[in-house]
Design a protein around this ligand. Structure first.
Ligand SMILES: Nc1ncnc2c1ncn2[C@@H]1O[C@H](COP(=O)(O)OP(=O)(O)O)[C@@H](O)[C@H]1O
Ligand SMILES: [Mg+2]
Length: 223
């Protein structure tokens, strides 16, 4: 089991009050799963991904990643998890505009001391080829299409060699054709054995995943 959430609660603190979002949510994720989490805007999908990605500590409950309770880990260990084992793909791509494809994909390696330069370079090259951007290596984001920007972000995620890939509305900013290409690529990555959690408000997008659940009233429900 790569992810196990038990009675997970998240309430944002805001001024004197709180904004309740996740309420005793449960989730089991096996290696190789491809899960789509659907739900209306504001239901807590991004909050859930931020917690899974160890970007946000939940207010309560248990999160076990690969058998280890994340809540008990010091910040240094969380940073290690984030840089080596979990990768994010976002709707807005989050590429650095001044860097070309190669350097955007290589960026996460700045935070790693476990790979030498040669190993890092070979991972970057493989990931760029894997997403079909070999001919765009020296392009900056402004010189790429939306679909190519998202491919770059996927290559950046892949290069890290993560155990878990988290995708937050990955096709939200793309036209139909580019969306189809990105979804096909995510499907191939899952066929290669990658574990993926994708959140989306779009049923057609969710249909591409092997498992589907909806986030409603702070809990995951099977449709
Ligand atoms: N940092 C925050 N502080 C307070 N409330 C927040 C914060 N981030 C999100 N929220 C609220 O929590 C709810 C869930 O947000 P979010 O997880 O972004 O939803 P979704 O991704 O499903 O659209 C929303 O009502 C939102 O307004
Ligand atoms: Mg969101």
């Amino acid at each position: 089991m790569i992810v196990q959430l038990r009675r997970l609660v998240h309430h944002y603190r805001r001024g004197a009050g709180t904004v309740p979002v996740l309420e005793e949510l449960e989730l089991d994720l096996e290696r190789g799963d491809y899960l789509a989490v659907m739900g209306t805007s504001g239901c807590g999908k991004s909050t859930l991904l931020h917690i899974l990605g160890c970007l946000l500590r939940p207010s309560g409950g248990s999160y076990r990643f690969d058998g280890e309770e994340v809540g008990g880990l010091p910040e240094r260990e969380l940073a290690r998890l984030r840089s080596r084992r979990i990768a994010h793909i976002f709707q807005m791509f989050y590429l650095l505009p001044q860097l070309d494809v190669v350097h955007n994909v290589a960026l996460p390696f700045l935070y790693r001391d476990d790979l030498d330069e040669e190993q890092a370079r070979s991972r970057v090259d493989q990931a760029i080829d894997r997403v079909g951007l070999g001919h765009r290596r020296s392009h900056r984001p402004a010189e790429l299409s939306g679909g190519e920007m998202q491919r770059t972000a996927i290559a950046r995620a892949l290069a890290a060699g993560p155990d878990l890939i988290l995708a937050d509305e990955p096709t939200g900013n793309l036209d139909e054709r580019s969306s189809g290409e990105i979804l096909a690529l995510l499907g191939e990555m899952n066929d290669d054995g990658h574990t993926i959690v994708m959140v989306t408000h779009d049923r057609h997008v969710a249909a591409c995943a092997g498992r589907r659940v909806s986030l409603r009233h702070g809990k995951l429900c099977h449709d």
